[in-house]
Design a protein around this ligand. Structure first.
Ligand code: 3HC
Length: 315
């Protein structure tokens, strides 16, 4: 019986039909979606921290307003994704607990510090640029709620990338000090952004199955390559040098070859030993604890209200 259900499920996916919350799905499909969507949502929420650090120090009101709008968008992206994840039968408090106790991951990239204002531009250009590379195909994910959440996210992501690029373009036309700040930020954010796409395909335990289920439409390495090809051209406009001596056009492949990735660094950061992992998780736990009174008040209010409605019906 289960076999027929699995075959019917895969045939539906192969026909490019969306899987909806009430449809039958293999437990493994549900589990990997909960894993990926929850980590995606955690990444959006944790991603607010490095950028939020510069809202009070933005160099102008215009930059401050754009950065506030971006950080606020990220919160919204997190909420869409938590809602999409809840359609798979997991509740939001459990998701938060998994972030706080370390059982759920969030993107490695957010464990690096934002040391100068140029970092905010580098995050917009590189990190949101990488996120767009990865999220546009997710708009065609086989799971309906995830795909639909991505459509809205991607519309806002393009503003994020553009405001970051514009920050760097302004710096690239500024004083020598500003140009040096730009180059320093790109030196620090380039490789962690390349790593964001995940382990190479040969070392990825999930990619093959996620491709078969059309959760992923491209592999980690395919998206990484697209990212490098696009950024190399954009770096020329910024007159900034990517910190990789091995980047060079490969006519035969029709792509830029690039240098070796430091997978030790990547896995150390994923395992919790990055520059800011402890600080990020502590900030999220503090926000959760500080917000307890709001949750209790809202619950007390809603319980009181349902009590009143119940009494009204009885009377
Ligand atoms: N950071 C942390 N962990 C990572 C990672 C990264 N950059 N890349 C991979 N991993 C983890 C995976 O979660 C998996 O661990 P798990 O089994 O415990 O979950 C393990 O490394 C093996 O990696 P795989 O490539 O086999 O795993 P996936 O098939 O899940 O692919 C992914 C990884 C490409 C990140 C995929 O999960 C994905 O597309 N996620 C959704 C998109 C996302 O999270 N984007 C980045 C953050 S969002 C963002 O940048 C917001 C923007 O507004 C700033």
């Amino acid at each position: 019986m289960e076999n027929n259900l699995e075959q019917a499920f895969q045939a539906k996916i192969d026909r490019e039909e969306k899987i909806e919350p009430k449809d039958w799905m293999p437990e493994a499909y549900r589990k990997t979606l909960i894993r990926q969507i929850s980590q995606h949502a955690h990444s959006e929420i944790v991603g607010m921290l490095p950028e939020g650090n510069w809202i009070t120090r933005a160099p102008s009101l215009r930059r401050k307003v754009a950065l506030m709008a971006k950080v606020q968008d990220e919160a919204g992206h997190g909420l869409y994704l938590y809602s999409a994840c809840e359609t798979l039968g997991i509740n939001r408090d459990t998701l938060y607990e998994q972030l706080h106790d370390g059982t759920a991951k969030y993107s490695s990239i957010f464990n690096y510090p934002t040391l100068t204002w140029a970092d905010i531009g580098a995050i917009g250009w590189l990190v949101d640029g990488a996120a767009i590379m990865n999220q546009v195909p997710l708009c065609r994910c086989s799971y309906g709620p995830y795909a639909r959440a991505m459509v809205r996210v991607c519309k806002e992501e393009s503003f994020h990338q553009r405001q970051g690029f514009e920050i760097l373009l302004t710096l690239s036309k500024g004083s020598d000090e500003q140009k040096n700040m730009l180059q320093d930020a790109v030196n620090r954010w380039w490789w962690p952004s390349v790593m964001m796409f995940g382990p190479s395909d040969k070392d990825s335990p999930h990619t093959a199955r996620s491709m078969n289920w059309k959760i992923k439409r491209f592999t980690n390495d395919e998206l990484r390559q697209k990212f490098v090809d696009v950024c190399y051209e954009q770096a020329k406009v910024l007159n900034v040098k990517l910190p990789d001596e091995d980047i060079k056009w490969n006519e035969e492949r029709g792509h830029y070859d690039f240098g070796a990735i430091d997978w030790d660094e990547f896995w150390q950061v994923v395992k919790g030993n990055g520059p800011c992992n402890k600080q990020r998780v502590a900030a999220r736990k503090k926000a959760w604890d500080d917000g307890a009174w709001v949750r209790e008040a809202a619950l007390a209010h809603s319980n009181k209200r349902s009590e009143r409605l119940k009494n009204k019906k009885v009377a």
